[in-house]
Design a protein around this ligand. Sequence first.
Ligand code: ATP
Length: 289
Amino acid sequence: MAEQGQNSLQLQAYAKVNLTLDVGRLRSDGYHEISSVMQTIGLADTLTFTAVPAGITVTCTPPGEAPDGPPNLAYQALQSLADRLPGGIDLRIAKRIPVAAGLGGGSSDAAAALRGANALYGLRLTEIDLASLAARLGSDVAFFVRGGTALAQGRGEVVTVLPTLRPQWLVLVKPPFAVSTAEIYARFQPGQTRTWTAGFLAAVARGDRERMLACMGNDLEPVTAAAFPQVTALKTRLEQLGAERTLISGSGPTVFGVWPGEEEARAAARQLDGGSEQVFVCRMTRPGE
Ligand code: ATP
């Protein structure tokens, strides 16, 4: 966290990838039961908080990238703390995480908004307090309160901290269209379920990197790939460029590949320059980075 003075502070809100995503039964509340290893990565929005006499304002740049004001999940996060705030907050969000891309940008902004308000006004809320407020805002928000590596279960809000993984280098490719998570889940057929997560966790416990890579998988990938064939083409392209494993994140459409080191990842990303996709090179991040 970069303190900017008594009345203002700045926080990074990191994106995530799902290293595994098992989709289970449809629950009576309309959500599917999931089990997912989630990991924060070094692609982030920057949030600048300023204490103001009263009221909550949230503005995003570049304009139009994500909603300003009440529809913004970060606004809803600040609003959920309104009773405890001794003054108002002006929040500016510099968006870098592509929107509706499977990278959890809105949820990460919301978790950072809770942390930022807590720090700005010295509210003394613990990580547990923040996680319980976060879980009410959306399925992924609780994960982002701490970040790093974690297992998300239930509809995503039941978060178990996992030992931090050895950071891997990733190339992310976001095709020029958005995907609605709700639509992808609606197309998901029971019977398409695999159990990636248990195998992944066992491989991590044994320190078996090759097996860990083999166990990276996402039950939503075939559903998104059926709707958007570009996803399969992008996976093939990343494999040709040397990715050890490729996967969509969340419900997509972002595809990411794992590389053994930074140089190899950057070299692969250069080959992708000039296309219609957004390309990012980043590594996994640890909690508190
Ligand atoms: P999901 O959480 O459904 O998997 P995602 O992580 O792919 O989605 P987000 O970037 O969080 O996608 O955006 C999902 C929707 O949330 C967008 O359509 C956007 O209008 C809305 N939204 C609300 N607040 C934000 C925010 N701070 N940043 C980005 N999108 C936001």
